[in-house]
Design a protein around this ligand. Structure first.
Ligand code: DHB
Length: 389
């Protein structure tokens, strides 16, 4: 198969890039190992920065994010059992949109189908090679066992945190840090417990009260990385979540049947550089953030925007200067998001072996942020997303 851009990975990052390139007349193919249904039912984060929403709607992916998505103009930081609302509109004149990542995938996949895009699901990449030449290549096997070789000008690794593309090449350096906790995530059939998302620091550990719709809610609580979901009855989960939001104001979670329970691992990771010859990494393939603050998907879409503009310029000017600059430019935002995600995580979570000093220090930090307009603005600006370059 001969094409201009070969994209390994058909999650939101790979599909958005494919969509943008097609709009610009650049031929491309997307090869994804999972099937459409599996990705549709994989629950991930749910917050889109305004810039991410604009990227989807301006390019004609689908307006469903505007009609089905829920605009949020703030969050509630809860600690010492007290609520501290942050009003993003007032602080930084920005909002975010609650719209689940799997819905973003559904919309992008539908747009690619509608526009006749070449997306091969259930197709496993087995080799990437000739990356340092002007015709990088990869091989893949489809679900019927047929094998194909793709020859392209530019190869993109959008294949997630366990990226085959990344592992196929050496980087200059991998940066990483681990955390001694994870998140227990649930979906429940219940009404909203509060109008905005609640990020709670408590002596029992962190909890996040998020939402999906009027009737389905998403919640998380800090747990051990090796927690076994089978040990957790609905009752036990509700008791644990409630403990973490308890306070003198008597705030009560609205409960209901829990229909999904998963443990999400925590990691910070960056591969540098995000390119190798004519291969470019986007999204989780190049970097991973812990989930606190919901930067993962937004960062992936921001990478795609930068890479798309570089590829577009390469074809219109025959000059690869922007492609050469992709890694440096994308990494600037990546490290800002790494810092924000790490900061939110460390400020809100309780390490299993934290000493009393660390616990009180984190509360001092939360008090510093919430008692100052500058502090609130710092958080609000990062949460709603820095301008796209
Ligand atoms: C959600 C996940 C996050 O990590 C976050 O910071 C906010 C919301 C969610 O899944 O709804």
């Amino acid at each position: 198969i001969k094409t201009q851009v070969g994209i390994v990975g058909g999650g939101p990052a790979g599909l958005l890039l494919s969509h943008l390139l097609a709009k610009s007349g650049v031929e491309n193919i997307v090869v994804e190992s999972r099937d459409h249904d599996t990705i549709t039912h994989t629950h991930r984060a749910g917050i889109l920065e305004a810039g991410s929403v604009k990227l989807l709607t301006d390019t004609g992916v689908d307006g469903r994010v505007l009609t089905e998505g829920d605009e949020h103009a703030g969050i509630d930081l809860r600690f010492n059992g007290e609520s501290h609302p942050l009003d993003f509109r007032d602080l930084v004149d920005a909002t975010v949109t609650l719209y689940a990542q799997n819905e973003v995938f559904v919309d992008l996949a539908a747009a690619r189908k509608r526009d006749g895009g070449d997306v091969r699901y259930e197709s496993e990449v087995t080799e990437v090679f000739d990356l340092e030449t002007e015709t990088p290549k990869f091989r893949f096997t489809d679900k019927d066992g047929a094998t194909f070789e793709v020859h392209c000008d530019i190869l993109v690794g959008a294949d997630g945190s366990r990226s085959f593309c990344r592992r196929a090449v050496p980087g200059t350096q991998d940066y990483k840090t681990e955390y001694p906790f994870a998140w227990f995530g649930i979906l429940t059939e219940a009404p909203k417990s509060a109008p905005e998302l609640i990020y709670a620091n408590s002596p029992h550990g962190f909890a996040l009260i998020s939402q999906r719709s009027e009737t389905v809610q998403r919640m998380y609580f800090q747990c051990s990385p090796d927690e076994d979901v089978n040990q957790w009855s609905d009752d036990r989960i509700w008791t644990e979540l409630q403990k973490r939001v308890d306070g003198p104001d008597g705030f009560q979670l609205k409960t209901g049947p829990i229909f999904d329970k998963t443990v999400l691992g925590f990691r910070s990771f960056v591969r540098e550089p995000l390119s190798h010859g004519r291969m470019f990494l986007v999204g989780d393939a190049g970097h991973t953030v812990p989930p606190t603050g919901a930067k993962g998907l937004n960062l992936a879409l921001a990478d795609v925007k930068v890479l798309f503009e570089a590829i577009d310029s390469f074809y219109s000017t025959k000059d690869d200067a922007l492609l050469q600059g992709y890694s440096d430019l994308a990494l600037k935002r990546v490290w800002k998001a790494q810092n924000f995600s790490y900061w939110m995580t460390s400020m809100l979570h309780t390490s299993p072996n934290a000493d009393p000093f660390s616990l009180k220090r984190a509360l001092g930090e939360l008090e510093t942020v919430t008692s100052s307009r500058y502090g609130q603005q710092y958080l609000a600006e990062s949460y709603t997303g820095w301008p796209h370059s």
